[in-house]
Design a protein around this ligand. Sequence first.
Ligand SMILES: [Zn+2]
Length: 61
Amino acid sequence: MRLFECGTLVPGCDWHTRADSDAEVVRRAVEHMRSAHGETLIHENMVDNIKARIVEETKAA
Ligand SMILES: [Zn+2]
């Protein structure tokens, strides 16, 4: 699973999402940015910032 934690981009936010593909994670993250952080205009830079922070989730025991 691919994991994005909003707190890596917006300090203090504890929202996160996980999905099978980076594209789906980015889609959900952009939605969250719009609804939670008032980002009505999503720049390409924002998508790059999100992509750069997606990590492969390792299952902890
Ligand atoms: Zn957030």
